[in-house]
Design a protein around this ligand. Structure first.
Ligand code: DGL
Length: 281
C-alpha cells in the first residue's frame, strides 16, 4: 500500500466512495459546511463494490480510509452505503481504537434511517441499493430498531452503478431503472418513498424520479448526511477544532483511465484537478 504523502497540512474532512457516487454527498456537505478543507477519494479502479464479498469491501475501504488519514484527514465519511454496511462497524471497533484513536470514521446509513420516516404517509419505504448492501439487510434491521411501524424493503439496483460509472446511454439506464423499481413495487405496492441507498443513484435522481409513479418521494442522502455532519461537528469540538478553515477540495482516484477524469468533472459540475494515486491494495 502506498503511503507517500501528497498534501502537507492536516485538518481535512475525507470523503470516500468506490467511485463517483460520493460526489453527491460531497457537494451537499460543501453547501452546508463550506469553510473546510475536503479530500475526495474514489476507488474507481475497483468499482463496483456492490458485487464484492464483505471481506473484499472491508479491505478496500480500510485502505481508502488509511490513505485519507495519511493525507491529513481527521474525520472520514464513508459516502458509500456498500462500505457503510459492510466495513464501517469493523473499522470503528477494530482499526480505529488500535491505530487512530483520535480520528473518526462515519457512515451514511444510520443518518438516513434517522431522517427518512418523515417522508412516508403509507409507512412503507423502499430502498434501492447494491447487492452487498441489500444482502446485509442493514436498512431493514436499523429501521426496525428506530421505528418498528415502518415497513422497509430493499431492492438490488441491478447494473445501475456500473452503468453510471461507464457513462451508459440513457435508454439503457432508464430501462434498468424501470426494471428494478417495478420489481420493488410489485413486492410492496404501498411504498410511497424510495430511498436512493447507493450514492451513485443520486447522480441520476431526476431520471429515477421521472421513471417511478407520480407522487413517489425519491430521496437522496446528500442533504441528510450534510446536516448530520454539521450537528456532529457542533457536538464534537475535539474534532472540529482540528479542522482547517481553508475552503477547498482535492480530488483523488485510483483509476488511470482518462474516462474517470471526464466523469468526475461531469458529475461534480465543473472542471476538476484529479490526481491519480497508486493502487491502494
Ligand atoms: N456508491 C456505492 C454505494 O453507495 C456503491 C457503488 C458500487 O457498487 O461500488 O453503495
Amino acid at each position: 500500500m502506498s503511503m507517500k504523502t501528497i498534501l502537507e497540512r492536516k485538518g481535512k474532512i475525507g470523503i470516500f466512495d468506490s467511485g463517483l457516487g460520493g460526489l453527491t454527498i460531497l457537494k451537499e456537505i460543501m453547501k452546508v459546511i463550506p469553510d473546510r478543507e475536503y479530500l475526495y477519494l474514489g476507488d474507481n479502479l475497483h468499482v463496483p463494490y456492490g458485487d464484492k464479498s464483505r471481506d473484499e469491501i472491508y479491505k478496500l475501504t480500510l485502505a481508502g480510509v488509511e490513505w485519507l488519514f495519511s493525507e491529513g484527514a481527521e474525520i472520514v465519511i464513508l459516502a458509500c452505503n456498500t462500505a457503510s454496511a459492510n466495513a464501517l462497524r469493523r473499522i470503528q471497533q477494530e482499526m480505529l481504537p488500535k491505530k487512530y484513536p483520535e480520528k473518526r470514521v462515519l457512515g451514511i446509513i444510520i443518518p438516513t434511517i434517522e431522517n427518512i420516516g418523515v417522508f412516508t404517509r403509507s409507512g412503507h419505504i423502499g430502498v434501492l441499493a447494491t447487492e452487498a448492501t441489500v444482502a446485509s439487510k442493514i436498512f431493514e434491521i436499523e429501521m426496525k430498531k428506530k421505528n418498528p411501524h415502518i415497513q422497509m424493503l430493499s431492492q438490488i439496483g441491478g447494473k445501475l452503478a456500473s452503468f453510471i460509472e461507464n457513462d451508459e446511454e440513457d435508454t439503457k439506464l432508464v430501462e434498468e431503472i424501470q426494471r428494478v423499481t417495478s420489481n420493488l413495487l410489485s413486492k410492496d405496492p404501498f411504498i410511497d418513498t424510495l430511498v436512493l441507498g447507493c450514492t451513485h443513484y443520486a447522480l441520476i435522481e431526476e431520471k429515477i424520479q421521472s421513471s417511478v409513479p407520480t407522487g413517489m418521494n425519491v430521496i437522496g442522502q446528500g442533504n441528510i448526511v450534510a446536516q448530520k455532519l454539521a450537528h456532529y461537528l457542533e457536538r464534537h469540538k475535539e474534532i472540529e477544532k482540528k479542522l482547517s478553515e481553508q475552503s477547498s477540495v482535492h480530488f483523488f482516484t485510483t483509476s488511470v483511465e482518462a474516462h474517470t477524469q471526464k466523469m468526475m468533472a461531469k458529475f461534480y459540475g465543473m472542471h476538476i484537478h484529479l490526481r491519480i494515486i497508486e493502487t491502494l491494495v
